[in-house]
Design a protein around this ligand. Structure first.
Ligand SMILES: Cc1ncc(COP(=O)(O)O)c(C=O)c1O
Length: 481
């Protein structure tokens, strides 16, 4: 059967970037103070238990919550029930869930058929034994069937770990030094990747607590700047120890917050071939969400290494893994008996039977229901509806999507330009505006990722999307004139 993908059409990258640049170039358009008061009243009056819990948590947990994506204005919500398209907080309020646990629950939250298989596995052998389980093989074979470039697969504990492994393997295999990433891209929080985060050109700006030496081998290039990439590769080849790998989020940095052009990855592949550099696709978000063949299938590109996370464990914990060419992957061989020089990776609970079973059955279910396509159509409907609301109220905001990965930029904080002399004045207020928007969407019963990103799932029927759009409409009608 030919693969189907979530992306029904590739949005016009230049047009989106022009709109985003216009948004960032003009004064902010936040919600009216009146409207914001009503939003805050929702939290005070309807979310009392969440407030009490997260207030107490501040005494024991830094910031009051354990997860970066949970830092919501005015305080985090405590959620105790999830199912399909919905989340419920401890006060009993229901929300449409476009956070999707940060991306992995493509089938919808707490999806029954996968949950049953996980429970059966736990009853039989518990979550982990430290020894081999057949599900490891089943998952690796299934990924290989859908992504032929992933000839071998090593399951790890998170996307961050998988990126660490990819970089180490690339340096060891090529004998070269530099790793080039796209500015603004997110590849987890390991020392070498806290570089050029969120805003391209920011280099080590966020690398607090990381020795400068750790970042000497990391470089960034602006998204879509193929000539810039060539220049860096040529310089590296001349006198900087060469380039071991280029790592990309294939739709663009931060899950296409800055989208790349349709032919960008192909150009990167060609440059990598020209300079003898490995190409790493970070498919932590796109792996299975864009399609069972991943972004590499969508673009028909064979990366040398592929990083997995999120969906690879079906929304269950310990979601990470590295796959790719047999000759490179064999350098990651595990086991006490291996005597060859190998690249060190590990993890006590990596590749535990629970994660492998959950990932295996989730991918089977995704295939059976073509969940990525269903979620992609929901993303199209959501995005089109958002664009209509933006036009109706004549707002400068920007909505775009690649299938089930949708963006709604209202403050544009993630799109700021490092060359803007006012960048440091503007970041704070724009970030706050994004938080206010996120709070306002919540008060209308819609959970987003940080107020600007929305993942759809197979559970998002037309009725769910239309319901959410009514909420967005009510919020955006309250933007200051
Ligand atoms: C593209 C990308 N790479 C890597 C990671 C890191 O994965 P993890 O959070 O599992 O460490 C993320 C997490 O959001 C991601 O979006």
């Amino acid at each position: 059967m030919t693969q189907q993908y979530a992306i029904s059409h590739w949005p016009d990258t230049q047009e989106i970037m022009d709109q985003l640049n216009r948004l960032v170039g003009q004064p902010m358009r936040p919600l009216s103070r009146d409207r914001m008061e009503r939003v805050l009243a929702y939290f005070t009056e309807r979310c009392r238990k969440s407030k009490a819990l997260t207030d107490e948590a501040k005494k024991y947990i830094p910031g009051g919550v354990q997860h970066n994506l949970a830092f919501n204005h005015p305080f985090p919500l405590a959620v105790d029930r999830a199912g399909g398209a919905y989340l419920w907080d401890v006060d009993g309020n229901r929300y449409i869930d476009f956070l999707q646990a940060g991306g992995p629950t493509l089938l919808g939250s707490n999806y029954g058929p996968v949950q049953e298989k996980v429970m059966a596995l736990i009853r039989e052998c518990g979550a982990a034994t430290g020894l081999f389980h057949e599900y490891e093989l089943k998952l690796a074979k299934l990924i290989n069937r859908h992504m032929p470039a992933v000839e071998m697969f090593r399951m790890l504990g998170s996307g961050t770990e998988a990126v660490m492994a990819a970089i180490r393997a690339a340096r060891n295999f090529t004998g070269k030094q530099k790793i080039i990433k796209m500015g603004g891209g997110y590849h987890g929080w390991s020392d070498q990747m806290v570089f050029g985060m969120r805003i391209p050109g920011t280099g080590a700006f966020e690398a607090h607590g990381i020795p400068a030496g750790c970042l000497e081998g990391t470089q960034e290039v602006f998204p879509n700047d193929i000539e810039g990439l060539r220049t860096i590769m040529a310089q590296n080849e001349k006198n900087l120890g060469g380039t071991a790998a280029v790592i990309v989020e294939p739709l663009g940095p931060e899950s296409a917050t800055r989208p790349v052009t349709a032919d960008f990855n192909q150009h990167v592949r060609e440059l990598c071939d020209e300079f003898g550099v490995l190409l790493i696709f970070d498919e932590v978000v796109t792996g299975f969400r864009v399609g069972l063949g991943g972004a590499q299938g969508y673009f028909s590109i064979r990366p040398d290494l592929t990083v997995f996370g999120k969906c690879v464990a079906g929304g269950y914990p310990a979601a990470g893994g590295l796959g790719g060419r047999r000759d490179i992957m064999n350098t990651l061989a595990a086991g006490i008996g291996s005597d060859k020089p190998r690249v060190m990776v590990g993890g006590t609970l990596a590749a535990n039977p629970l994660s492998c079973a959950a990932g295996y059955h989730a991918i089977i279910e995704i295939e059976k229901h073509q969940a990525h396509v269903v979620a992609g159509r929901a993303g199209d409907r959501l995005c089109k509806g958002l664009q209509q609301i933006i036009a109706k109220y004549d707002l400068p905001f920007v909505a775009f999507n690649h299938g089930s990965i949708c963006h709604l930029e209202t403050s544009g904080v993630m799109l700021m330009d490092i060359n803007n002399p006012k960048i440091f004045e503007e970041i704070g207020p724009r970030k706050h505006m994004m938080e206010e928007m996120g709070a306002a969407f919540m008060a209308e019963g819609v959970v987003t990722l940080a107020g600007s990103r929305l993942y759809t799932s197979m559970a998002d029927t037309d009725a769910v999307i239309d319901d959410a759009l009514e909420g967005f409409d009510r919020v955006l009608s309250g933007v200051e004139g």
